[in-house]
Design a protein around this ligand. Structure first.
Ligand code: 5GP
Length: 122
């Protein structure tokens, strides 16, 4: 973790704010989104505080690759590895509201009636 100002997600990582944790290792944490846009809506967050994807530098190459592999692991853990989407909102105009890089893992398992595909507007 850096000495930057804490974000919502660093506070969740430090357990100052509660969250439903679905995965954690030394480099990242995954939590259920508080306002899910699909039946499966997980946020995968590096513990290193990178504000936006466009701010990532060469030194973050390994963590970015790690996030991709962990996204696959989580999809298998949740049984959605046959069909899921990864979304990164980069910048306020793209809908980013928390300026601590995170991947949205979105899935709509076929047996779920709660949302239709058009509801997953992220
Ligand atoms: P962004 O809009 O930055 O791409 O995504 C931020 C996400 O964080 C949103 O989907 C929003 O629902 C989620 N979020 C905001 N506050 C909280 C919170 O306190 N807990 C959790 N688990 N998710 C949050």
């Amino acid at each position: 973790m850096t000495d930057q100002v804490d974000t919502l997600f660093t506070r969740i990582i430090k357990r100052e704010i509660p969250a439903e944790i679905v995965y954690e290792d030394d480099l990242c944490i995954a939590i259920n989104d508080i306002a899910p846009q699909a039946p499966v809506h997980v946020l995968l967050i590096p513990k290193r505080q990178i504000p936006r994807l466009a701010d990532a530098t060469e030194s973050e190459r390994a963590i970015l690759g790690h996030l991709m592999l962990v996204a696959g692991d989580i999809s298998r853990q949740l049984g959605v590895d046959e069909a899921f989407r990864l979304v990164v909102n980069n910048g306020a105009d793209a809908g980013q509201t928390v300026f601590h890089l995170h991947l949205h893992i979105l899935a709509n398992p076929k047996d779920s009636k709660q949302f239709s595909e058009s509801d997953t507007g992220i």
